[in-house]
Design a protein around this ligand. Structure first.
Ligand code: MG
Length: 257
């Protein structure tokens, strides 16, 4: 299958739209790409638009400890079943927008993750149906207030601050998720370097498992867990999540007054 890159953008005060990206030029679509959106004839330079989160997710379902070495660095066993938590849609943050460092944390961490974009409504799906429903792949930074996560049983507070779900810069369809390099750099320094082939539960299995708990909707995101090497980010730093075949998601960290 040919690789295709899709994004959501805003230009001036116009409403957000989907587009397909060709080189440095985008062609706006008449509806979401998973609904079969086709170009409306317009062509816009990528440099003229503001990128938005590529999918308007109703929820971001995240997987904890899905890489063996990361489970080990957290001092946790590899889970027998996928370990789920949710980030609210209000935490979504596009490529290029700042990560806002909350005043009640002193240890905010990066977590580079492969993101799955769901392309159709999915409930109680088999693994084959789940594989079919993964429309595209994207880069996610599951930003985490580690100090808060450590002292609480629930993940909700540590994972849900506004801007803590960075997604983008776009999504790529037609790309196999089986063995992609996932890296995180902070101010250009390599911090995480893993491969999706090291996941404990692979994408189709995760999506099937999740769909037996909650209905997944078109545009929903699944964040598949982070490889080892998580660590702190500080105000003023630039954090990048790069995934082979997709691109580089870049955000700066900004102190909230
Ligand atoms: Mg994570």
């Amino acid at each position: 299958m040919a690789l295709r890159r899709f994004l959501r953008f805003q230009r001036g005060v116009a409403a957000p739209r989907f587009a397909e990206l060709f080189g440095d030029e985008l062609q706006p679509l008449d509806r979401a790409p998973w609904e079969g959106g086709v170009p409306d004839g317009g062509r816009i330079a990528l440099s003229e638009v503001t990128l938005l989160v590529p999918a308007e997710a109703s929820k971001v379902v995240c997987i904890g400890q899905n890489y063996r070495k990361h489970a080990a660095e957290m001092g946790k066993p590899v889970p027998a079943e996928p370990l789920l938590f949710i980030k609210p849609s209000t935490a979504l943050n596009p490529h290029g927008a700042p990560i806002r460092y909350p005043p009640d944390s002193e240890e905010v961490h990066h977590e580079a993750e492969l993101g799955l974009v769901i392309g159709r409504r999915l409930s109680r799906a088999s693994e084959a149906e789940a594989a079919d429903a993964i429309f595209a792949l994207t880069c996610i930074n599951d930003v985490t207030a580690r100090d808060i996560q450590r002292r609480e049983i629930q993940h909700t507070r540590a994972k849900s601050y506004d801007t803590f779900a960075c997604v983008g810069p776009w999504m790529v369809s037609g790309l196999s998720s089986a063995d992609l390099r996932v890296q995180c750099r902070v101010d250009g320094q390599l911090r995480q370097d893993g491969r999706t082939s090291d996941m404990v539960f692979p994408p189709a299995r995760l999506v099937s498992f999740i769909s037996k708990i909650m209905t997944l909707l078109p545009g929903d995101l699944v964040s598949t867990g982070t490889p080892s090497g998580v660590g702190p980010i500080r105000p003023g730093e630039v954090v990048e999540v790069e995934i082979e075949g997709i691109g580089t998601l870049r955000n700066t960290v900004e102190k909230v007054a």
